[in-house]
Design a protein around this ligand. Structure first.
Ligand code: AMP
Ligand code: FES
Ligand code: ZN
Ligand code: ZN
Length: 316
């Protein structure tokens, strides 16, 4: 198959776009599309400071690469979770993130959970008996907290993550199965800042996972191929498999599922209970009012300290 824009051999055929591109035109297309999404969803401007959370995986390193090429002011953040899983998962992903930053002369901030809180994420999960033997929920809680804290303390305007369309469609599918509208209300390409919480954006949310893998490959980005060892058997992976089966039969189904949801939201499908009284900025995913955690200042709906600070207090 030939590239749509020249006579070179195509490296990827995107059936949902009816578009095949070569190794020169493909990365350029991804970069142009990303710029389009950044503008369309008002994610950030060239004058703003962007913090990209990098896991060492293909999505987040590609995102950093794309924003760097677009000329944005973008630093990285790597969170050392202390996950080994017999493959030195965290060590290897940190090494690849550091290598990436070094090769491009970019700044990478590193927060090591064990160094900061005295325990690795798996140890925190075990010690505090959270997550039924799996560290994933403690991991998610810790990552969200630390990402926001690092962005606020570093004076960044926006925090960006490498979530792709497959990630977003799987989360949406899980939430739609149970109509968890609190989460659905917050899901989207950009989440505005609120007291104690920096703006968040997902510039890759409209690209398929295979498109990001192809981008990383074509650009020669060295990333960690292994998934987190604890992700095996997770609900998200199961939903991704289901959606992949749907996509195989109906190319574009995944994209349409996500984009139609965004459209429905824009048309007012999910409204806050009383838009006159409270804005969606002031309520949490459980529909309760947000207030600042007395310890860390991040917004929470619990009566006192936020879930992260309570967990950390548990091990003291
Ligand atoms: P995940 O939750 O593992 O699917 O990752 C989603 C996004 O979160 C990635 O694309 C990264 O932007 C970010 N992320 C995941 N793990 C880390 C980490 N250890 N340090 C910094 N950012 C991370
Ligand atoms: Fe956090 Fe797997 S448990 S990345
Ligand atoms: Zn071409
Ligand atoms: Zn707190």
């Amino acid at each position: 198959m030939k590239c749509r824009k020249c006579t070179e051999k195509a490296v990827i055929n995107m059936r949902q776009h009816k578009l095949a591109l070569c190794k020169t035109h493909y990365p350029q297309w991804i970069i142009d599309q990303t710029q389009r999404f950044v503008e369309k969803y008002l994610m950030f401007t060239p004058q703003e400071r962007v913090l990209v959370a990098v896991s060492g995986g293909k999505d987040s390193l590609s995102l950093w690469d794309i924003l760097w090429q677009l000329g944005y002011q973008v630093d990285g953040l790597y969170i050392g979770l202390g996950i080994d899983g017999g493959i030195g998962y965290s060590d290897e992903s940190q090494r690849l993130s550091e290598q990436f930053a070094h090769d491009r002369d970019l700044r990478l901030n590193i927060v090591d959970v064990e160094g900061e809180y005295g325990r690795t994420v798996p140890e925190l999960a075990q010690k505090t008996h959270r997550g039924k033997g799996k560290p994933c929920s403690v991991c998610g809680l810790s990552k969200r907290h630390i990402m926001n804290q690092a962005a606020v303390q570093g004076g960044y305007d926006v925090l960006v993550t490498g979530h792709n369309l497959d990630d977003e469609a799987a989360v949406l599918f899980g939430n739609a199965l149970n109509w968890i509208t609190g989460y659905m209300l917050r899901q989207g390409p950009v989440l505005d800042a609120r007291a104690g919480m920096v703006r968040k954006a997902k510039p890759l949310c409209r690209f398929y996972e295979r498109e990001m893998a192809a981008y990383a490959l074509v650009r020669g980005i060295d990333y960690i191929y292994d998934e987190c060892p604890h992700a095996v058997g997770s609900k998200t992976i199961y939903y991704k498999e289901l959606l992949n089966r749907l996509e195989a039969d109906r190319p574009g189904a995944k994209q349409s599922f996500y984009l139609s949801f965004l459209q429905a939201k824009e048309n007012g499908l999910f409204r806050t209970p009383d838009p006159e009284q409270v804005s969606s900025q002031e309520i949490g995913v459980d529909g309760k009012l947000l207030h600042p955690c007395p310890t860390c200042g991040q917004p929470t709906t619990t009566g006192g300290e936020c879930a992260f600070c309570r967990m950390v207090a548990d091990i003291r």
